[in-house]
Design a protein around this ligand. Sequence first.
Ligand code: XUL
Length: 520
Amino acid sequence: MAKFLGLDCSTQSITAVILDSNHKTIVYQKSLSYGKFLPEYKSPDGFLIHPDPLIKHSNPLMWASALDLICQTMQDDGVNLAEIAGISGSAQQHGTVYLNKDFLREDWLLKAESLAGAVKALLTRESSPIWMDSSTFADCRRIDAALGGPEQVRLRSGSSATERFAGPQISRFAREDANAYAGTAVIHLVSSFMASLLIGASAPIDHGDGAGMNLLNLSTLQWDAELLAATAPNLDIKLPQLVPSTHIIGEIHPYFCRYGFRKATPVIAWSGDNPNSLIGVGGWKPGTAVISLGTSDTFFAAMDRMATDPEGYGHVFGNPAGGFMSLICFKNGSLAREQIRKQYDLSWQEFDTCAFELTQPGNGGNIMLPYFTPEITPLVLNAGPVFEGNSMFKAQKSAAAAVRALVEAQAMTMRLHSAWQQQKTKKVRVTGGASKSDGICQVIADVFDAGVERLQISDSGAQGAAMRATQGGGAMDWASLSRSFCACDAGKTRKPIPANVAIYNELINDYAALEKSITG
Ligand code: XUL
């Protein structure tokens, strides 16, 4: 048997990817959005509508229903699930699910008609805060203070106390609903909750996703007693065990035989979507950085040693292939590109021509700070782009210069704010819609002095999970998985041009100085 299943429970949809390790092919891929297929949960975008814009919760029963739904859909699509030799999963990071002591028993799934039906009575909190929630500012500051300052939290957990992370969210729940918190026997991440449903028992949390909680000590890979104590009372007895992401956590529960799964199909630990995507795009090994050009731009990379961002913007998670990975998020991604394109009435083709052919590297000294929307890396609360350079540029009268300035700024801010990793980027893999642009890819190659490879993978989380299931099942190793499933079109690689690299090595200092003049 050579088929492996990866599932991805993301913010808006559930996805399944099945890969065949003998033929080195993806044999099935399906995504179902909660809004369309589970309208009864009244979450068109995957979360519950709330009058307070800082609060973003989802109904965990929706995720349980989605798991039933995707299994049913695979069966209806004629997939023989008895051929699946291993399963793993990916889930949006940071969300938490709160359950009572009956979830720790062995029989809660035995006679169930549906997963949501089995779990409903076991929840101690009806809704789950997700990564989009930013209601825990006060909790973050309390945790910082208890540890003796924000650097302590960062040095231990890999990230400063962060609003969307599980720890601050647990802290808020314990303060605001102490009774429900006291009745909570176990707190899961979305990933370990979904894994629990698959094995019909409370599953462990993996190091990849566990690092997104402000609770895991990255030096010991154990829960940090002081962070736990600063977060909420008795938290040590409510958290699952920690395991490496490659760990086989159990066998699929007989409940799933109704969909055709074979009894005892092994389940490999689930992880967060970013650790899974690192694997899914072939970025498991230090030296390769991944840049995903999406609504927000994200930069992530396997790290060759543990380091943290002294400025507190970057995060460190576990790399499922061992060691650590960075994740840095820039809000002004496609949003900013779209804004400039519209402002100058350009097609995407024209945008690319501006960035590539009509302007020169260094942009004649014209620099932009691309804060079209409030930025998180670096922290800029008052949005508004900054134009510094000649008068035409400052008056925003030159489309070509504005496009190049934006593209250069987005690449330079990524280099600047990933420098804390102190490792040489030898290769960059770029994904997402804007990776089609030759201009953008060439600027990234020149700014990072690294070859840029383009990769079109639509479901990198689910693909990474399927690859992890294959590795965990012993069928293939990381290197052969990456070669087989993350191959790039060699003809489209962009190489750094030494003269341009030299220009950006200078310009980045001017860019950093301009940024400092705004952020202080
Ligand atoms: C990472 C983060 C998001 C979520 C949702 O820190 O908050 O990427 O994992 O995808």
